[in-house]
Design a protein around this ligand. Structure first.
Ligand code: PMP
Ligand code: GLU
Length: 401
């Protein structure tokens, strides 16, 4: 992106979100009449469940149209406390919950709340695009720990220990992970928790937005280990489990100081999030997960479909993700090859652009997730579109020489 002298350094130093950029490019191509299949943006291709939509209509009729409390309606905060207890076995009070305009805002709030210029934030790669850029905004320093396909994209306690310095303030990760779909087991989380026990000044930001899209048994949160619980900030939201990406509803569960600091920050920036979305969120949490179950079944079927089709493409290497709805295949064997016009593919971003322009499928280069050897595919698309997208991908890649 170009920099402009009158804009702040803060904004000039910030990269554009690659997930949103590739989605925009895909839409632009589609607007020209080209049939583009989008596997770029990570959002369920399902509709919000009817009971949740109905709750929003009722909220309007009941005139929930005014400013809401900054950290959320008490009933919603209570529904979140109940959910954390019933589903995760975690004890929180309503004063520890702050509802926000999406998990994205919660992540950004937490980073702005904890990070001073120069503080180090440890982020395992691959990570979700916006993590490192939020650290840039807070003038912190990202310290990356590399995990690749051989370790199922998960870090070891030894790697974590080696990355910690006296300046480390925060560790942030997602499990199930965007972009890899990897899920840390309880035993693996326990090992990481043991490292944090030895470093009492480090906070842990646990992004659990894909909690319900998990193909192994139950979700495990790193907040379950009491020795570190007070330093864990859970970020979660309604976008994925309830197909509510447009409603903008997320939250944190954290110790009271961090919660009230997030409340103060929102009070000066955005205020309470949309009143109607919050009323719908209460019903989503109180009336259960039937819709999620149906989505999960579809994702499980599609995961197998895409896994088989990816394995059928020479030069592409993939693992079988245990959660979320992404594949993060290794594609570096195509780097250095030329397209039909003689242009050399120099990395994952160029490969993603080639796939868009030649194959008309939108993906995202792994470079934006911290590892250039991969690309990300979202399989939150119909079976038919997935089959066609993977056929196009195979064909386009076979034209590189
Ligand atoms: N964290 C991760 C890992 C994500 O993939 C996303 C994308 N939606 C978010 C947070 C933000 O979600 P929300 O829609 O609630 O802002
Ligand atoms: N989280 C989704 C993704 O990774 C949504 C897009 C975004 O907010 O970046 O594609």
């Amino acid at each position: 992106m170009s920099t402009t002298s009158y804009l702040s350094n803060r904004i000039n130093n910030l990269s554009e979100s690659a997930t949103l950029k590739m989605t925009k490019l895909g839409r632009e191509l589609a607007a020209k009449g080209i049939n583009v299949i989008s596997l770029s943006v990570g959002e369920p291709d399902f509709n919000t469940p009817d009971n949740v939509k109905q709750a929003a209509k009722t909220a309007l009729d009941e005139n929930y149209t005014r400013y809401s409390p900054v950290p959320g309606y008490p009933e919603l905060r209570q529904a979140i406390v109940d959910k954390l207890k019933n589903e995760n076995g975690l004890d929180f009070e309503t004063s520890q919950i702050v509802v926000s305009t999406g998990a994205k805002q919660s992540l950004s709030n937490v980073i702005l709340t904890l990070i001073n210029p120069g503080d180090e934030v440890i982020i395992p790669t691959p990570y979700w695009v916006s993590y490192s850029e939020m650290v840039v905004l807070a003038e912190g320093k990202s310290v990356f720990i590399n995990a690749d396909i051989e370790s199922d994209f998960k870090i070891t306690p030894e790697q974590l220990e080696a990355a910690i310095t006296p300046k480390t303030k925060l560790f942030m990760f997602s499990s199930p992970c965007n972009p890899t779909g990897s899920v840390y087991s309880k035993a693996e989380l326990a090992e990481l928790a043991k490292v944090f026990e030895k470093h009492p000044n480090i906070f842990i930001l646990s992004d659990e937005i894909y909690e319900h899209i998990n193909f192994i048994d139950k979700h495990e949160s790193i907040a379950q280990f009491n020795s570190i619980k007070d330093r864990v900030i859970i970020v979660n939201g309604f976008s994925k489990a309830f197909a509510m990406t447009g409603w903008r509803l997320g939250y944190i569960a954290a110790n009271k100081e961090i919660a009230s600091a997030n409340d103060k920050l929102q009070g000066q920036t955005t205020s309470g999030t949309c009143s109607i979305s919050q009323r719908a969120g209460i019903v989503a949490y109180n009336e259960g997960l039937a819709g999620v179950q149906k989505m999960k079944e579809a994702f499980l079927r599609r995961r197998q479909l895409v896994f088989d089709l990816l394995n059928d493409i020479p030069g592409v290497k993939t693992n079988l993700p245990e959660g979320a709805f992404y594949f993060f295949p290794e594609v570096s064997s195509f780097f250095g090859k030329k397209d039909l016009n003689g242009n050399v593919i120099n990395g994952s971003e160029e490969l993603a652009l080639y796939l868009l322009n030649e194959g008309h499928i939108a993906t995202v280069g792994g470079n934006s997730f911290g590892n250039d050897n991969y690309i990300r595919l979202s399989y939150a698309a119909s079976d038919e579109n997935l089959k066609e997208a993977l056929r196009r991908m195979k064909e386009a890649l076979s034209k590189l020489s």
